[in-house]
Design a protein around this ligand. Sequence first.
Ligand SMILES: Cc1ncc(COP(=O)(O)O)c(C=O)c1O
Length: 395
Amino acid sequence: MKLDSAYAPSHALTNVRGSAIRDLLKLTEQPDVLSLAGGLPATELIPAQRISETAARVSADPAALQYTVSAGVLSCREVVADYVGSSDVERVLLTHGSQQALFLLAHALVNPGDLVVVDDPVYVGALQVFQSVRARIRALPITAHGIDVELLRQWLEAGERPRIIHTVSNFHNPAGVSASGPARIELARLADEYGFLIIEDDPYGRLRFRGQGIEPIAAHSDRVVLLGSASKVLAPALRVGWMSGPPDVIGLVERLRQGADLCGSTFSQLVVAELLGDQTWFAEHVGVIRQEYGSRAAALTSVLRGTFGERVSFAEPEGGMFCWVRMPGVDTTELLPKAVDAGVAYVPGAAFGVEADFGDCLRLSFATLTPEELVEGVRRLAVAVAASNREDLSH
Ligand SMILES: Cc1ncc(COP(=O)(O)O)c(C=O)c1O
């Protein structure tokens, strides 16, 4: 009996590119490999003790273990509204991580063929979501100042009418950079002029360890849905994220959400409400993460410069978890197996390309390894590059 058709993916899924990163992570999960590939926060900086005490207290009340409403537990929505600088709880909906916020927004708002503009390089989780609703996708290059609003204006003037623009405004995944103040203001202005919606995806904004914070795009227009998450500042396993935006959009998402998973976890949301709501503790906790990530980023960039000199270029990270490195003349996808043999892993730039290639780029995460391990990781990377150069010469 032929079962192929029973296992055939839907048209929507056929459209979705598999995540090369997830496949790669399997390859790199070998015990001796130092992985700069993952997008995970540092496990040892997760406030496990505090989460466990809070969880014990919260779950003593059986109401914490009940269903909740689709928009999320009110006390947590209030804390999140405060966290994002909004006075209106009706603008906030809690999700199962900010990834679910992306999924729900795409399904609530986008019809097949609608134009959605994403970043290039892209946060792959966003690309997959917009592919799953069969959007027409165009990608705007990320510049040193974030999203290329000049090019966007040209597209708009040429008649393109996006439904949604998705961008990571702070410490981009994977490009590391942040959108400048003027780029944010101009993007917001264009949204108002042309009537598109911006999804400002910001899981990393609190993790700034250098330079001045910049107001979110959401501060400049009401056509912005701002996404945030507890994953990088508390713990990914809590699976609490949120969207904050126009109540009309929140209402649509709430309706869709009932068919997706009814509601989020009351229990997790109550834990997050308590931890984000304890502002003194939270500021101190995030301060520790920032300081540690700052030291790790400094260790990584200084060893990269010391080891490769002019053969690499990258923007000095000011926050977040990633350093996006260009190695002209190196095919980083081909280099990866040699790097894993040498005991180090990264994600090749090609995994993040939409229209551009990024074949000579790599994403290095400085979040999960200690400064010493990062130094050793780069030494191993240099071994792999040298081995690959020798192979090229012998051909
Ligand atoms: C830019 C961006 N958006 C959204 C997410 C989703 O995170 P979560 O669902 O854990 O909130 C990630 C995760 O790495 C991310 O990098």
